[in-house]
Design a binder for this molecule. Structure first.
Ligand code: SF4
Ligand code: SF4
Ligand code: FES
Length: 547
């Protein structure tokens, strides 16, 4: 076992191969750094992580190296001594900051990064109180056209090259580069080749200062007003761990949350910018009942739920095996479980099926070369299956139904006039997921109830429409393509009178009280062996199922 000494504190690092920044972090000591990022190559260019390093000999004496060294580029081994708080190390860090701030425009009052900027934070913690700069600052022009989604405030850049390395090493598309020399170095694109890869939004998170800004978020919020909550991206079956940033119940941005069991450090642009439907004005906000063809009126939850219950019970008396519930792969495990329970309570002969699973093309893997071919070491995958919880819903279906009836099978059963009642859960961000042919068939069902987010052609044929909630408005569990169960936390209040689906099914089941995700998770873990690992809670990185 290797022992490293950080500011006189002994830390056991086991067999891990760490650098000084990582070893210090294990000791709870922050070594300031800009260019270093655990998912990128080490270039040691910013010199912010300068520390004193030495070696503790077997006889107990310590031999220190004469100069400060960049901690990010210095590996540690048994006996390594790291000093971050000596006058020498502190002076080196302060001087580096003074150098970086010489040309920095100090835009903090208008800069989007203010509040989460490492230049601000480190200046406060490690910098000099005053600048000795008397010359005019270098002010290269901004470059708003480097990308459709991203703008570059060139003068704020500290040339850490994280963005350049990301496009070369993770995206592989290498759109960004450093042009010029010395004092005139700038980040730029190759002429006519904008930053346009499907992972490009990550450079904004990677930029330690406010040089790269997301146009989607630019000047919308000061970050200290944002409430952050952990969640899971619902836009494909990778199930990236994310953080939802909101204020006053409006979602303003999604950012990746590091998860070694899911996607690692990053997320794709499809997921990152794919949240706007949550804030859409066209969302269903109240239960609706169709009173005449094409005419809906708002009804209370009580009336809607008792009407739905009554009509399904009635339909079940006549055709108990012709009642179907379609469980969307956008439902959480808890919602699917409660829905299945309710539907089997109406009639044990009723059938449960899986909702339409959107699949777009093939899995898209990165890095790619300039011709767009994926290289052999895959670092990130955007999955073709555009739903977050097919596996979780399928496990519920197998438990209650013994098999997975597909959406297409239900559509065909409707065509054969074998479906009298259909409870359709949808909740797709894209209201065209159920295509016109399928919607037309479902329209023929005598009793159709839709639980959905956005108006669609299916909803227009429904007897009742119940408003659904988005992933940001509920608690629950999604199981990704690899069987990793992750927890969603409620970040914003759902609009108007929306209720979380789990609560709707609890009400239909007649279960008392308010929905609590962990209570239902424990119930599921006891009843369905596949979900047994959920009994102990779900944790920050989620729980692997089926192992
Ligand atoms: S734009 Fe940001 S990430 Fe890129 S080199 Fe400049 S400071 Fe670093
Ligand atoms: S890869 Fe999939 S889960 Fe991850 S951010 Fe993109 S869409 Fe969301
Ligand atoms: S973080 Fe070590 S030199 Fe930049």
């Amino acid at each position: 076992m290797a022992t490293v000494y950080v500011n006189n504190k002994a830390i056991d690092i086991g067999n891990e191969r760490l650098n000084c920044v990582q070893a210090a972090e294990k000791a709870g000591v922050l070594v300031p750094h800009y260019c270093y990022h655990p998912a990128l190559s080490v270039v040691a260019s910013c010199r912010m992580c300068l520390v004193e390093v030495g070696e503790k000999k077997p006889d107990g004496t310590i031999a220190m190296q004469p100069k400060v060294v960049p901690g990010c580029q210095t590996p540690v081994k048994d006996g390594t001594v790291i000093v971050t708080d000596s006058p020498k190390a502190k002076a080196a860090q302060g001087d580096t900051l003074e150098g970086l701030l010489l040309n920095h425009p100090l835009d903090c009052p208008v800069c989007d990064k203010a509040g989460e900027c490492k230049l601000q934070d480190y200046s406060f913690q490690f910098g000099h109180a005053q600048s000795r700069m008397i010359d005019q600052k270098n002010t290269p022009p901004n470059k708003p056209d480097i990308s459709e989604k991203i703008t570059l405030f060139t003068d704020r850049c500290i040339l850490c090259t994280r963005c350049v390395r990301f496009t070369r090493e993770v995206a592989g598309t290498a759109e960004l580069t450093v042009v010029g020399r010395g004092h005139h170095e700038e980040i730029d694109i190759f002429p006519g080749e904008p930053l346009a890869n499907k992972l490009s939004g990550n450079v904004v998170d990677l930029c330690p200062v406010g040089a790269l800004g997301s146009k989607d978020f630019l000047y919308k919020q000061r970050v200290w007003y944002l409430k952050e909550e952990d969640s899971v991206c619902p836009n494909c079956s990778t199930g990236c761990s994310i953080q939802v940033d909101s204020n006053k119940d409006i979602v303003f941005r999604l950012r990746p949350r590091f998860n070694p069991l899911a996607q690692g450090h990053f997320m794709c642009d499809e997921g990152r910018y794919g949240y706007h439907y949550i804030n859409s004005d066209t969302r269903f906000g109240k239960p609706l009942e169709q009173i005449e063809v094409g005419q809906f009126k708002a009804v209370s939850w009580q009336n809607a739920l008792s009407g739905i219950k009554k009509e399904f019970l009635l339909a079940g008396q006549e055709h108990s095996d012709q009642l179907y519930a379609i469980l969307s792969p956008f439902l959480t495990v808890e919602e699917a479980y409660l829905a299945a329970k309710w539907f089997k309570m109406i009639s044990p002969n009723s059938k449960l099926a899986l909702g339409a699973v959107p699949v777009h093309g093939e899995n898209d893997t990165y890095p790619k070369d300039r011709r767009g071919n994926a290289t052999s070491t895959v670092k990130f995958t955007i999955r073709a299956e555009k739903a977050p919880n097919r596996l979780g819903v399928e496990a519920v279906l197998k438990h209650f139904e013994g098999e997975v009836i597909t959406f297409d099978q239900v559509v065909e059963a409707v065509k054969r006039n074998e479906v009298q009642g259909l409870f359709l859960t949808a909740g797709y961000p894209d209201s065209k997921t159920i295509d016109d042919y399928q919607a037309d068939r479902l329209d023929d069902v005598k009793l159709l109830v839709t639980l959905d987010l956005l108006p669609s052609t299916v909803a227009s044929g429904s007897k009742y429409i119940l408003p659904a909630t988005s992933f940001a408005e509920k608690e629950g569990t999604y199981v990704n393509y690899a069987g990793l169960a992750q927890g969603l936390k409620r970040t914003v209040k759902a609009p108007k009178e929306c209720r979380p689906e789990a609560q709707i099914f609890m009400d239909l089941l007649g279960l008392p009280g308010l929905y609590n995700a962990q209570t239902i998770r424990e119930m599921i873990a006891r009843e369905i062996p596949y979900f047994a690992p959920l009994a102990k809670g779900i944790g920050e990185y989620g729980v692997k199922l089926g192992t």
